[in-house]
Design a protein around this ligand. Structure first.
Ligand SMILES: Cc1ncc(COP(=O)(O)O)c(C=O)c1O
Length: 503
C-alpha cells in the first residue's frame, strides 16, 4: 500500500476526499501494514468496501433485528465501551440484565412470585443459550444416573430433523448423540408421537421448537408434554423438555396467550429465546430461563471475585458488550406488552398480505402456517423449467435477499424460498416484493429452459460432428464440458443454499 500523504505533510484539501487519493495499491489482506494512515482514509476505504455488502433492511433471510429507534441507538452508542462482565464496575447494567430475566420468566409463566428473582442469564444469542441449557440438562442427567449406579457415558437428545444448526453444534461439541425425528413431505416439524417413541433412559431431554427455522411452524409442546408424562410414568424416568423459542418466545405470549408451550407445562424445564429476533434488539443478545434453581446444577456456575465482589457467571465466554442488554431493557419498558403485541400483529398482517399475493400467482405452494412466526415459506408447484434457486438469484437483481434451501431428511426433495417479516418490513415493501417475484417468474418463463439449452448444445455439437467440419470433436468436448459446468453450478447453488439459507 502506498500512502500519498502522511500526518506531517497533511494537505487540508486532500484529507477529506475519497480514499483513492491515498491508496494506490491493493489493500493489505494478510499482513498488518508497516505505516499508519489518516483516520479519514481508513474510514473511507472501509466504508467504500462495505457498500458492496447487501442492504440489511432488504435481507429477508434473517430473523435478526435490523432497525431500532434512534433513542435506543443513542443508548447503544453510549454504552458501547462497557464490558458486561465487569459487574462490580457496572452494577446498573447487571441490574438491567436481571430485570430482563425476571420479565421474560414472567412472560413464559415461570413459577416465580411477583417480586421473586427468576433464574436465567443473558447470552450472545439463542445458540449460546442452547449450549447452556443443554449442558445443564446433561449434567443433571449424569448426576442422577451416577447416583443410581448406572452408566452415564451415552447421553442423547431427541429433536426434530428441522432443528437449527446450533443443536448439531451442541451435540458435537458436548458429546451428546442427536436423535432426530425425520420429517416428511407436508409435515415439516417434529412429530411428538415419534419423538417420545425415540426417548430412552439415556435421553437428557426432548427439544421442541416454538417457531421452526424452516417454515415458522410451532411444534405441539402440549402434546409432547402429555405423551412424555405418560412415558415417564410407565418407565420411571423423568425425561424433561427444553423449548427452543428462539423466534416464537416473543410471539406466542403476545398473539396466542392461551397456547400452552411454556413453564405452564410441568416437564418444560428451560426455554431459550433470541432477544435479537422478535425481542427487537440488534444482533448479539439471547436469553435462557430455567424453571427453578433446581434445574441449574450449582457446579456449572463459576464464581469470580477479581473484578470486585463475588460474581456468579454461567456463560461460555467472558467479556462482551453491554449495549444489547441495555437495548433489550429499553424495548421492554418502551413497548410494554401492548407495544410488542402491536408490532407482532402488524408483522403477521404483512405476512398474510404477502402470502395471499404469492398464492395468487398460482405458481407456489405455501409451506408456512397462518399461526406461527411471521414468515412466508413457499415452494414451486412446477420445478421442471427453473427452480427456487433461480428465483432467489433473480430476486437479487432487484436488491432482495431471499434464501432458497432444501428441507432436511426425509423431505430433502422439497426446496423452498423463505421471506421473514420483521418490524421494518412494511406493507408497501411486501407489495413491491410480491410484484418483483411475479416479474422474476415471468422472466424465467420466457427464458428457454435448461433442458432446451442443453439439447441445443448437444445438437450443435452433434451437427458439427456429422458435418465432420474442422474441430468437430473439440466442439462435442466443449459442449459436454459446458453441460458439466452447468450441473456443477446448479449443485453448488443447492449446497450453498442449504448451508446458508436459514439462520
Ligand atoms: C429455532 C432456532 N433456534 C436457534 C437459533 C439460533 O439463534 P441465534 O442466532 O440467536 O444464535 C435459530 C436461528 O435462527 C432458530 O431459528
Amino acid at each position: 500500500m502506498v500512502v500519498t500523504t502522511t500526518a506531517l505533510d497533511y494537505d487540508e484539501h486532500v484529507h477529506c476526499t475519497f480514499a483513492s487519493r491515498y491508496v494506490r495499491d491493493p489493500l493489505p489482506k494478510f499482513k498488518m501494514p508497516e505505516h499508519s494512515i489518516p483516520k479519514e482514509a481508513a474510514y473511507q476505504i472501509i466504508n467504500d468496501e462495505l457498500m458492496l455488502d447487501g442492504n440489511p433492511r432488504l435481507n429477508l433471510a434473517s430473523f435478526v433485528t435490523t432497525w431500532m429507534e434512534p433513542e435506543c441507538d443513542k443508548l447503544i452508542m453510549a454504552s458501547i465501551n462497557k464490558n458486561y462482565v465487569d459487574m462490580d464496575e457496572y452494577p446498573v447494567t447487571t441490574e438491567l440484565q436481571n430485570r430482563c430475566v425476571n420479565m421474560i420468566a414472567h412472560l413464559f409463566n415461570a413459577p416465580v412470585g411477583d417480586d421473586e428473582t427468576a433464574i436465567g442469564v443473558g447470552t450472545v444469542g439463542s445458540s449460546e443459550a442452547i449450549m447452556l441449557a443443554g449442558l445443564a440438562m446433561k449434567r443433571k442427567w449424569q448426576k442422577k444416573r451416577q447416583s443410581e449406579g448406572k452408566p452415564y457415558d451415552k447421553p442423547n437428545i431427541v429433536t426434530g430433523a428441522n432443528v437449527q444448526v446450533c443443536w448439531e453444534k451442541f451435540a458435537r461439541y458436548f458429546e451428546v448423540e442427536l436423535k432426530e425425528v425425520k420429517l416428511k413431505e407436508g409435515y415439516y416439524v417434529m412429530d411428538p408421537v415419534k419423538a417420545v417413541e425415540m426417548v430412552d433412559e439415556n435421553t437428557i431431554c426432548v427439544a421442541a421448537i416454538l417457531g421452526s427455522t424452516l417454515n415458522g411452524e410451532f411444534e405441539d409442546v402440549k402434546l409432547l408434554n402429555e405423551l412424555l408424562t405418560k412415558k415417564n410414568k410407565e418407565t420411571g424416568w423423568d425425561t424433561p423438555i427444553h423449548v427452543d423459542a428462539a423466534s416464537g418466545g416473543f410471539i406466542a405470549p403476545f398473539l396466542y396467550p392461551h397456547l400452552q408451550w411454556d413453564f405452564r407445562l410441568p416437564l418444560v424445564k428451560s426455554i431459550n429465546v433470541s432477544g435479537h429476533k422478535y425481542g427487537l434488539v440488534y444482533a448479539g443478545v439471547g436469553w435462557v430461563i430455567w424453571r427453578s434453581k433446581e434445574e441449574l446444577p450449582e457446579e456449572l456456575i463459576f464464581h469470580i471475585n477479581y473484578l470486585g465482589s463475588d460474581q456468579p457467571t454461567f456463560t461460555l465466554n467472558f467479556s462482551k458488550g453491554s449495549s444489547q442488554i441495555i437495548a433489550q431493557y429499553y424495548q421492554f419498558i418502551r413497548l410494554g406488552l401492548e407495544g410488542y403485541k402491536n408490532i407482532i400483529q402488524n408483522c403477521m398482517a404483512n405476512a398474510r398480505a404477502l402470502r395471499e399475493e404469492i398464492e395468487q400467482t398460482g405458481r407456489f405452494n405455501i409451506l408456512s402456517k397462518e399461526d406461527g412466526v411471521p414468515l412466508v415459506a413457499f415452494s414451486l408447484k412446477d420445478s421442471s423449467r427453473y427452480t427456487v434457486f433461480d428465483i432467489s438469484e433473480e430476486l437479487r437483481r432487484f436488491g432482495w435477499i431471499v434464501p432458497a434451501y432444501t428441507m432436511p431428511p426425509d423431505a430433502e426433495h422439497v426446496a423452498v424460498l423463505r421471506v421473514v417479516i420483521r418490524e421494518d418490513f412494511s406493507r408497501s415493501l411486501a407489495e413491491r416484493l410480491a410484484g418483483d417475484i411475479e416479474k422474476v417468474v415471468m422472466h424465467l418463463d420466457a427464458k428457454p429452459s435448461r433442458g432446451t439449452i442443453k439439447a441445443a448444445h448437444m445438437t450443435a455439437a452433434v451437427d458439427g460432428g456429422a458435418r465432420g467440419g474442422e474441430g468437430s470433436e473439440k466442439r462435442v468436448k466443449k459442449s459436454v464440458e459446458q453441460t458439466q459446468r452447468e450441473i456443477t453450478t446448479h449443485w453448488k447453488r443447492l449446497v450453498d443454499g442449504r448451508r446458508t439459507g436459514a439462520c
